[in-house]
Design a protein around this ligand. Structure first.
Ligand code: SAM
Length: 238
């Protein structure tokens, strides 16, 4: 029901609305942590002179990085022209590019960030090889993604299935290992908060109308558990 082919990805990201609807429902873990804040902290702690974000979406994260690191050269890419344009409008240098074919010279960035996008990439290994190529020795790759349990209850209640993806909490480390020596991870049990049934349906509709229609009615607010991971992988110094 949720498809990852090129045509469905193009539709999914041909406006910024669906992504903004999805981002708006997330709440911190019960102990007050957030994968987005952890990814941001990892990027800022690495203090890059040259920062690249791939699959930048609406550009909110990269714009915050630019503000936090005003001395850094900040570049963003996305496969969607709409997303690239939305990001460029925030004043960030942005290019339309696929993650597995980055239009940059070898060793041109200190930090690369991929937030919730590698699970869309058909050839994750090729994308990771590209990230490694454009990173300098000692460079840092930060990747955020979801786990197999992510919103599993919501999806199954709506008649769908769990989302098993090509870059997840479960398989991410194994895929990073051939490219990066030193890999750390932090896992998060997040919460998707819906003010009512219509809000949950609106969220599901960003993936598929069938899922939205399939969600049995409920009264009042509801939370569903999400599962995310932030990986921080470093290249050895030369
Ligand atoms: C779930 S959104 C995440 C956006 C943003 N990183 C965030 O965390 O809000 C995934 C983004 O990856 C982009 N994308 C999907 N496949 C891609 C690919 N092969 N190369 C580059 N970008 C891609 C989509 O267009 C979309 O903007």
């Amino acid at each position: 029901m949720i498809s990852n082919d090129a045509a469905s990805l193009a539709t999914q990201y041909d406006t910024t609305d669906r992504l903004s609807t999805r981002a708006s429902v997330w709440r911190d873990t019960p102990d007050g942590r957030s994968p987005r804040r952890a990814a941001f902290a990892a990027v800022v702690a690495a203090a890059p002179s040259d920062y690249l974000e791939i699959g930048c979406g609406t550009g909110e994260f990269v714009a915050e990085v630019s503000e936090a690191l005003p001395q850094a050269r900040t570049v963003a890419t996305d496969r969607s022209e709409t997303m690239a344009l939305a990001t460029a409008r925030r004043g960030v240098l942005t290019q339309v590019a696929l993650a597995d074919d980055l239009p940059f010279a070898d060793a041109s960035f200190d930090v690369v960030y991929a937030g919730w996008m590698l699970y869309h990439v058909p050839d994750v290994d090729a994308a990771l090889a590209e990230v490694r190529r454009v990173l300098r020795p000692g460079g840092t790759f930060v990747a955020a993604t979801n786990g197999d349990r992510h919103l599993a209850d919501l999806l199954t209640e709506a008649g769908g299935t769990r989302l098993l993806t090509g870059f997840s909490s479960e398989n991410g480390e194994q895929q990073l290992a051939p490219h990066f020596g030193d890999i750390a991870r932090e896992d998060f049990d997040t919460r998707a908060h819906f003010t009512d049934h219509a809000a949950a349906q609106a969220y599901l509709a960003t993936f598929s109308p069938e899922l939205a229609d399939g969600l049995p009615p409920f009264e009042g607010e509801r939370e569903y558990v999400g599962a995310s991971t932030v990986f921080v992988a470093r290249l050895p110094r030369a």
